[in-house]
Design a protein around this ligand. Structure first.
Ligand SMILES: *Cc1c(COP(=O)(O)O)cnc(C)c1O
Length: 362
């Protein structure tokens, strides 16, 4: 017997492959590799280090994420996708070659009055229809005029926008309208433009512009709900595994797990996996969610608990204690597991906890 707990095995070669796949789809664009939220749960420093000879820029959501990359030896410019939150962050950004988004007037006012140690690269965020952050296309002209008067801002500035529905093939018109609005507001007035998240990279080549901003696809996952990454030439970067710590004979009519939520209709064998929501495996995964054991798909049964999850191996199941269980990764797409759980693969990979053992392979 040689069982083990949950392991998150990250293939940096897969990340590099996926990065090149993005470049292949957008051959004329530069790439900002999006490594926010700990690189979608894959380890931001490891991922950024694996891409540091290839990515033109890294993008993160939070100031602290950029600080961590710098401290870890990443030398490329790093874009703060929602900019700075106060004058300290702005001054630090200028000193450490962080580029900043400006999405509202409070940031603009700080930029106008805060002395900086070095000139800073600014990206004007245009709200092209998402309606969360950004200036409206109508405001763009006046904001660009104010930015052009700020000496410590590198001129001309850049502009970006973020699509709300580029992952919905039946909503192409929404994204086409967003592209048009962005272009009308910025054409001829900015240095570089960036519009495309992964879905945009894959589905809207007319919007590739100067920089693409792939996130999820770098990790081998597609944003399109009717596909999985391997359908479009991506390789899953995360193999999330654990092992069987018990295999038990189980009688028809007996329940399994908390609340007795599942009762076996037949005599069977139940496998107990050393994984639970304490590792980041979703508690909401319902009976029927597949796992892969020795290449065979078997269904989850009963409640996922903090430390354990149970599967119905079937009366003929010959799996043994110690056998490895693939929860998602190569051979069982996180996208498919996410569909069972009622979420997106982004969330599954991003919310692993600190408990699994982390392994990096080239
Ligand atoms: C997260 C994010 C991305 C990457 O999106 P994916 O769907 O993961 O490719 C791109 N741009 C912005 C502004 C983001 O916040």
């Amino acid at each position: 017997m040689d069982a083990h707990g949950a392991i998150a095995r990250i293939s940096l070669a897969a990340v590099q492959h996926n990065f090149r796949r993005a470049k292949q789809l957008a051959p004329t664009a530069k790439v900002m590799a999006v490594v926010k939220a700990n690189a979608y749960g894959h380890g931001d420093l490891s991922v950024a280090t694996a891409l540091k000879n290839e990515a033109d820029l890294f993008a993160v959501a939070r100031f602290e994420e950029a600080q961590k990359l710098r401290a870890g030896g990443i030398t490329q410019p790093i874009l703060l996708l929602s900019g700075f939150l106060n004058a300290d962050q702005l001054q630090y950004s200028a000193r450490h070659n962080f580029q900043v988004c400006i999405h509202q007037t409070e940031q603009l006012a700080l930029l106008e009055r805060t002395p900086l140690a070095a000139p800073i690269t600014v990206w004007l965020k245009i709200d092209s229809g998402m309606h969360r952050i950004g200036f409206t296309p109508e405001q763009a002209e006046a904001i660009l005029a104010r930015l052009s008067a700020i000496k410590q801002v590198i001129q001309p500035v850049n502009a970006l926008t973020h699509f709300a529905r580029a992952d919905e093939p039946e909503q192409r018109a929404v994204t086409e309208a967003a592209i048009t609005r962005f272009k009308q507001a910025t054409a001829g007035k900015v240095k570089h433009s960036a519009l495309c998240n992964s879905a945009g990279v894959m589905a809207f080549p007319e919007a590739h512009a100067d920089f693409i901003r792939p996130g999820i696809m770098l990790y081998g996952i597609t944003p399109f709900s009717d596909q999985q990454g391997t359908d479009v030439g991506l390789r899953p970067a995360m193999n999330f595994t654990s092992s069987l710590i018990a295999v038990r004979e189980h009688k028809a009519g007996e329940p399994v797990g908390y609340a007795g939520s599942w009762v076996s209709p037949r005599d069977t064998r139940i496998g107990v996996i050393a994984v639970g929501y304490g590792d980041g495996y979703p508690r909401m995964a319902p009976a029927g969610t597949p796992v892969l054991i020795n290449g065979r798909r078997v269904p989850l049964v009963g409640r996922v608990a903090m430390d354990m999850a149970t599967v119905d191996l079937g009366p003929e199941g010959n799996e043994q204690v110690g056998d490895e269980v693939l929860l998602w990764g190569e051979g069982l797409a996180a996208e498919e597991v996410a569909r069972h759980v009622g979420t997106i693969a982004y969330e599954l990979v991003t919310r692993l906890t600190a408990r699994p053992r982390w392994e990096y392979v080239d």
